[in-house]
Design a protein around this ligand. Sequence first.
Ligand SMILES: Nc1ncnc2c1ncn2[C@@H]1O[C@H](COP(=O)(O)OP(=O)(O)OP(=O)(O)O)[C@@H](O)[C@H]1O
Length: 329
Amino acid sequence: MPIIKTENLTKIYSGNIKAVSDLNIEIEEAEIYGLLGKNGAGKTTTIKMLTTAIEPTSGNAKVAGYDLLKDREKIRNIIGVVPQDLTTDADLKGIENLRMIAAFYDIPKSVAESRINDLLNIVDLTDWGNKYVSQYSGGMRKRLELICGLVNAPKILFLDEPTLGLDVNTRAKMWKYIRDIQKELGVTIILTSHYLEEVDELANRISIIDHGKILVTGTPDELKSSLKGDIITMQFSGSDEAEAARYYPNALYSSISGEDKVRIKVENSDVELPKILSYLTQKGISPLTINVKKPSLDEVFLEYTGSSIDEDIGPEQFRRMMQNVRRLR
Ligand SMILES: Nc1ncnc2c1ncn2[C@@H]1O[C@H](COP(=O)(O)OP(=O)(O)OP(=O)(O)O)[C@@H](O)[C@H]1O
């Protein structure tokens, strides 16, 4: 039985803004489930509804057997939430932040102390528990934020953009800790992200959300192999040559990147590559480099939403990102 099952969950904000529309998802126990979407797609609103921070306009959900509309208090006790914005107090020690949360949940002191030690250990902060958060690096603070969501030993952990504002290396380290947490504690993890590599690395299953609607759900591999075809990328010595290659007649689609690089999607590269080369030879041109690959999650996102995920980030996302970057410095 799924640990979360939503039934036409919908949120309409004032001003008739339909942020989430008839959401139907099922999340299995102990999986890492990724909700992937652009800025404004409805990810945070979904998390806020499922964590009882806001009420749905219509629809309902079962969360660990509890009714989202009726059992809000019970749900709060069995979930952990790590929101996008930082919540720890930099003027307190790491361990003091964690103890405050334990006190909020009325966890007996002895239970709390041993749990806090275990959590600090999982994210390699044992030696830092007694230091002030203001002394932590950006990545360490994010790790502390991560375990703040686990003090009440939740069944389900919600992570809203867990690596927003972190550099690539620190982000990859966070992925390891998120995986370790899932393995060691057996908790179900629901994360939102607009980083394709992040959901590809972490999630057992992904749903792509766009304009408040789920467009597709599957494992990263299922989604990738649902797209037929291969991507052939070729580099030329000039833009005219690239432009000529772009119009190869059997291309399913093609695009130019940079000035001299062409990406051509074909049904089967084994068959098409020799044909492309003879087509180019007839035109008296030859590529400097050729690369063939299977569709990535990038192509999956493009195919389902009609636009690339990294086209732009909105002003609100930018504000949050810069705020986190500043505070994490
Ligand atoms: N409190 C609110 N009042 C009105 N509209 C809102 C409110 N919160 C979000 N929205 C709008 O609802 C839509 C979905 O926003 P939401 O924050 O859920 O998207 P998101 O995918 O999580 O993006 P982000 O990563 O920026 O949080 C957007 O159009 C947003 O502008």
